[in-house]
Design a protein around this ligand. Structure first.
Ligand code: NAD
Length: 486
């Protein structure tokens, strides 16, 4: 399989091209590196029809065989890991370490989710009645993914869908379709036809999916505003939905931290994946007693980090992934400048650079109402904020429409846990960050999402409940009466 060319969709187990194409751009160079099919609505219909046909057999395939197929996908990803990593860096921009984390993580997820299952729950099993709740597959899942972690976030949907007996049609972001198209190609030999299709296209294709009568569930990761459109559109056919949306994660730093030791951890909490991360720390609240020291250490650490083309071995942070996002991040720089906020480091963007590069930037204590604090920039510009009173910082941390993640950092474990217990977020990390697991529920409170991915809770979102009650004695009594009458 050649990862450098021939990007085709996978529909009903076969390669499909289309007349219209989308350009895929390497964000480090702004060069077009591939042209991929822009699916028509008829091609989506084909993929959905194939999935519905395949569902009849796949849903009744023994669990052990479905688990085996998922493990085989994990093994195939590992076997082609180098190709996937190189391609991921080219289309997404992330340097090698990030690409490795994502690709190896995708293989691990396949194997671990393959170990999960939802056995029947026995509610009652007496001499008179047996009541069980079973978890049956929903049907055809439509998965819609963003451009920041295109492979892993697709696997977070593909793995639970397949193991629970659903079929799935995946649409990657138009900015990063290449690895997902190759994943589809790789799976043609590993799954029955129609079980897993990949269609590429723009936002319009996403809209067709959310309204499609043949799709029973949408698993979506992306922007909060898009998530609301997905929910509205999916309501027309009352599809099940899982929405993983935006965040404005706070980190709270206590006065007892060692500034030098904590600075690198806080840096990566905010800037991993060049801050194009739903769970990036997007507001850093530092206690006033250590504010100056922590800021100084963060500035010093920032100066050691190399931003550049992800294909170069020394690069630690890549470019912004696409032009609209680059323009959006620049707006936050302009807003800071026009309001006179102070940059502790960074702040000057070379707008003539070859790629969409932005220097890591720290904004020194801007007002709580500023755009950079209140919104999700999704780029390497972080407000560092002062706090004094614990109740007040908790109130500020929770004062957002988002509730995806949060973190607390300090030596006083009682205080760390006390503050953590008051934060409104789907994941609260204490003295660590970005620890994920296939067995750990991940999702958002408030406008950060609905439902969750990973864990048995996430698995259950790919199923319908079916409660079955059996009266063991009703007909036994009638049968006995009939025998006596005869
Ligand atoms: P986006 O919402 O613009 O696009 C996501 C996907 O939705 C793309 O495939 C896109 O083509 C498709 N799409 C766009 N409009 C659509 C519509 N009306 N109907 C159906 N599909 C549509 O998001 P993005 O810019 O690709 O990703 C960045 C956002 O994703 C950020 O807000 C980030 O916080 C969020 N995100 C959340 C998580 C999480 O797990 N909570 C993870 C990663 C990213």
């Amino acid at each position: 399989m050649n990862f450098d060319q021939h990007y085709s969709m996978t529909i009903d187990g076969k390669a499909h091209d289309s007349e219209r194409k989308l350009d895929v751009i390497n964000p480090a160079t702004r060069e077009v590196i591939a042209r991929v099919p822009d699916a028509t609505s008829e091609q989506l219909d084909l993929a959905v029809a194939a999935a519905r046909r395949a569902f009849v057999t796949w849903s009744s395939t023994p669990l052990a065989k479905r688990q085996q197929a998922l493990r085989a996908i994990g093994d195939a990803i590992d076997a082609h890991a180098e190709d996937f990593m190189r391609l991921l860096t080219r289309e997404q921009g992330k340097p090698r370490a990030g690409a490795e984390w994502e690709i190896r993580g995708s293989a691990i997820w396949c194997r671990e989710i393959a170990n999960q299952s939802l056995p029947d729950e026995i509610i009652e099993d007496s001499s008179e009645r047996r009541v069980t709740t079973q978890f049956t597959p929903i049907g055809v899942v439509g998965a819609i993914t963003p451009w920041n972690f295109p492979v892993l976030l697709a696997i977070w949907k593909i793995a639970p869908a397949l193991v629970t007996g659903n079929c799935i049609v995946v649409k990657p972001s138009p900015f990063t379709p290449l690895c997902t198209l190759k994943l589809g190609e790789l799976c043609r030999d590993l799954l029955p036809e129609g079980v897993f299709s990949v269609v590429s296209g723009g936002d319009e294709l996403g809209k067709w999916m959310t309204a499609h009568p043949g799709i029973d569930k949408i698993a979506f990761t992306g922007h909060t505003d898009t998530g609301k459109s997905v929910m509205r559109s999916a309501a027309g056919t009352l599809k099940r939905i899982t929405l993983e949306l935006g965040g404005n994660d706070p980190a709270i730093v206590l006065p007892d931290v060692d500034p030098k030791a904590v600075a690198p951890q806080l840096f990566w909490a905010a800037f991993q994946n060049n801050a194009q991360f739903c769970n990036s720390t997007k507001r850093l609240y530092v206690h006033e007693a250590v504010y100056d020291d922590v800021l100084r250490e963060l500035v010093a650490y920032t100066k050691t980090v190399k931003v550049g083309d992800g294909s170069q071995p020394e690069t630690q942070l890549g470019p912004i992934q696409n032009e609209p996002q680059y323009r959006k991040v620049l707006e936050y720089f302009d807003d800071c400048v026009s309001n006179g906020y102070r940059f502790a480091v960074g702040g000057v963007v070379d707008r003539s650079a070859r790629g969409w590069f932005i220097p890591v930037t720290l904004v020194d204590n801007p007002p709580e109402s500023s755009r950079i604090v209140a919104e999700e920039p999704f780029g390497p510009i972080l407000p560092v904020l002062k706090w004094r009173d614990e109740d007040d910082v908790v109130r500020r941390a929770n004062d957002t429409r988002y509730g995806l993640g949060a973190s607390v950092w300090g030596k006083d474990l009682e205080a760390v846990q006390r503050i953590g217990s008051k934060l409104q977020a789907g994941t609260v990390w204490l003295n660590e960050i970005h620890q994920y697991s296939p067995h750990q529920a991940f999702g958002g409170h408030k406008e950060s999402g609905i439902g969750c991915e990973n864990s048995l809770h996430g698995l259950a979102e790919y199923t319908n409940w079916r409660t079955v009650t059996l009266n063991k004695v009703a007909f036994a009594k009638q049968a006995g009466a009939a025998d006596r009458a005869a």
